[in-house]
Design a protein around this ligand. Structure first.
Ligand code: SF4
Ligand code: SF4
Length: 256
């Protein structure tokens, strides 16, 4: 029986305790290699797009145009962005090849994390500028086609997260949670069309955001000189941090 306030999980998903071990390994010699890169819905976070567009040598605008599907059904506060799949009869990821992932060093957080899943719930909505104060828990997702669980490599959450380079992804996802899990959103706030455009611009379309910001073509209720120098904002990571603060001002009238 599940505990009160604990979500009921599907049968193939189990909650992991801190330090609990599990057996898993994925490598090119495994029979199912790249099977999981097909027929999937792959949601993209802002940091995923930042890494992928750089890996592809594209501007954020070009990357969004070529590789991203944006969906917004109006029931949810924010649009969702997904990586495109190729129409090859197997709905393969645009970046998969026979040799594996062609953007491996910059693959999305969800690809790194599998078979782990991390839920992060923001505790302190008034936290400013630093990392958000989050409650987190981890689950293990066992899909039938995945043979990685038959390997004898023992893992645990912290070791696997470190091996997969997940800390940086979790850091930015937690920062974006200041927007996604803001108290006003939890209370049912809906965004205007203009605010939805600003959400995509400031979090996902960083190169265009930078150009418009520097050209003075954006409502700039967060003075540049108070938060970061122009030189710092040439760096994509710094710009994303700034974009989160800027967007919080536009949508909620406060800092994230
Ligand atoms: S299905 Fe599992 S073991 Fe096979 S390639 Fe994907 S993650 Fe690795
Ligand atoms: S980005 Fe790479 S790891 Fe992720 S689904 Fe595509 S090919 Fe697979």
């Amino acid at each position: 029986m599940s505990q009160p306030n604990q979500p009921v999980l599907p049968q193939n998903v189990t909650r992991l305790a801190e330090g609990e071990s599990f057996c898993f390994s994925c490598h090119p010699a495994i029979a199912c290699f790249t099977d999981c890169c097909r027929q999937l819905e792959l949601p993209l976070t802002p940091y995923d797009v930042l890494r992928l567009k750089r890996s592809c040598g594209l501007s954020s605008e070009e990357f969004l145009d070529r590789f991203v599907i944006i969906e917004h059904d109006g029931q949810e506060a924010f649009p969702r962005l997904y990586l495109s799949m190729v129409d090859d009869g197997r709905e393969s990821c645009v970046f998969v090849s026979k040799q594996g992932c062609t953007v491996y060093a910059d693959r999305p957080g969800a690809c790194r994390a599998y078979p782990l899943g991390r839920a992060a719930i923001r505790k302190a909505p008034d936290n400013t500028e630093g990392a958000a104060d989050m409650d987190e828990f981890f689950v293990l997702l066992k899909e039938q086609h995945c043979q990685g669980f038959a390997e004898l490599q023992s893992q645990n959450i912290s070791r696997y997260s470190a091996e997969q380079g997940l800390d940086r992804y979790n850091h930015f996802n937690d920062a974006v949670a200041a927007i996604l899990q803001h108290d006003q959103i939890r209370a049912g706030k809906k965004l205007s069309e203009a605010q939805i455009d600003q959400f995509i611009l400031a979090l996902y379309n960083l190169d265009t955001f930078r150009r418009l910001l520097f050209a003075g073509e954006l409502p700039q209720r967060l003075p540049l000189t108070d938060t970061a120098t122009t030189q710092q904002l040439a760096n994509d990571e710094e710009l994303l941090r700034y974009g989160i603060q800027w967007l919080a001002k536009q949508i909620f009238g406060d800092h994230a």
